[in-house]
Each structure stands twice: as C-alpha cells, then as structure tokens.
Design a protein around this ligand. Structure first.
Ligand SMILES: [Zn+2]
Ligand SMILES: [Zn+2]
Length: 241
C-alpha cells in the first residue's frame, strides 16, 4: 500500500533537481551538472571541523590551522559541503527561501559525512533559534536537518535539548572575537531534559559553521548540562579563501 502511495506521489511530483529544478531519476537531490558544481567535501579532512586538509591520513588526528589555533570544545566535527557556489545557494534557499524539501537530501549528505561520529548512539540535537526568530521564520533549518538525520540513522532526537536564553544579533559580518562575545551565555541546556543528557554523547547539528562560536556555546551548554562528549556535524563549512 505504502509503495503504491509512493509511486502515485512520484508520478504527481517527479523528483526534481534541488539546484536547477530539472527532472532527476532518484531522490538524492541533484542532477549531474548541479552535482559537479556542488563542493562536496572528500579526501583527508580536519577532525575538528571537517575541512579538507593537505596530507594523507596516517591514523593520527589531523586538524586544520583554524582548529589548531582555536582548540574546539567538542571532540570531533564533520561537514558535508564547502560553503560556496551551489552549496551556498542551497543553504540560503533552505534558510530563507522556504525550501524545506532540501533538508532530506542534505541530511543524507550529512549522514555520509558524519559516519565516523555515529558510534555510541549519540543523541541528536539541533542548534536552537530564539523563539522570536522561530516565529518570524516559521521553522528552524537546523532542526529540520537534525530531525532528518535522526530519521535516516535511527538515532534518538531531541528538538529542544538546547535553548536560547536571549536573542542575539545576527553574527553575519562580525569578526571572530565579536561572534564569541555576542553569544556569551545565550545558550543553555533545557532543564526538562537534564536526565536524558546525563553521560550521553551529543551530536549537534547546524546548517553552517563559520568561526564555530555558536557551536562552541552549544557544546559548552551540553557539557555543563552533564553530557559526556559532544560532536558536531554541519551541512557546510565556511572557508577563509
Ligand atoms: Zn540541476
Ligand atoms: Zn578544522
């Protein structure tokens, strides 16, 4: 029955490329040419943030310059894409353009990127939006990604594990120091889920990592709330170049 419904839905809504809207054969999201223009991360990567790094993986922990200069509060991080070109367009569409259909294939890319972080049954939690922003935007793109990631991996998911205590100004265009200062103690663990968090590995999910200020504030909140370990996965990582 479900199969028939799926077939019927596929006939009415044939899968379309997330990038150009052209018809595609599978649900994986992109046509061949948009796929080639989307900067998927591969090869040797930084264990802190998922950026590609030079050199071969010899089994030791590798870190990019940024993670070496600013040691991370979380233990390991991954990203599916570099934040540029087609990836940037997709993320802006997901964030501001009501293109929530992007979440499902994007989460599949994140599952692939974060495969090494999924042991110990991590609890999946999104970076929170302040409720006033949620009202305005109607959805939290990080929560959409986190929910899909949980669905595709079968891992436990908690939408309000973390909360924004106060509204912070947009971090766009701010320096690294300004970003960290703006966040301060703005994010805290939800006391309602205190027991759930005790001794757990938390996998934090966000759409984009720039300086890591928001993920740092979230990781601090998890560790203060009793989490044993925090890992992070983002859809895209901003590069300096
Ligand atoms: Zn396309
Ligand atoms: Zn790094």
């Amino acid at each position: 029955m479900l199969k028939q419904i799926q077939t019927a839905v596929a006939l009415i809504y044939p899968p379309r490329c997330l990038g150009c809207g052209g018809l595609v054969e599978s649900d994986f999201g992109l046509c061949g040419s948009c796929w080639r223009e989307t900067p998927f991360i591969g090869g040797t990567i930084c264990d802190g943030c998922g950026l590609p790094v030079l050199g071969a993986n010899d089994g030791f922990r590798l870190e990019c310059d940024d993670c070496m200069a600013h040691p991370r509060v979380w233990s390991r991080g991954r990203a599916a894409l570099l934040y540029r070109d087609q990836a940037r367009a997709l993320i802006l569409a997901l964030k501001h353009g009501d293109r929530i259909d992007i979440a499902k294939p994007a989460a599949a890319w994140m599952v692939r990127a974060s495969a090494a972080l999924l042991d110990d049954a991590p609890l999946i939690a999104p970076v929170p939006l302040h409720w006033t922003r949620l009202l305005k935007r109607r959805y939290n793109q990080s929560a959409l990604l986190a929910r899909e990631l949980a669905r595709q991996t079968g891992l436990e998911y908690c939408v309000d594990m973390l909360q924004r205590r106060r509204r912070t100004a947009s971090l766009d265009g701010k320096t690294r120091a300004q970003r960290f200062a703006a966040l301060g103690d703005a994010i805290s663990a939800n006391t309602r889920h205190r027991l759930l968090m005790q001794g757990r590995v938390i996998l934090l999910v966000d759409d984009v990592m720039t300086s890591g200020a928001t993920l740092t504030a979230c990781s601090d909140a998890c560790l203060q709330g009793g989490a044993a370990d925090v890992r992070v996965v983002t859809l895209a990582r901003v590069t300096k170049q």
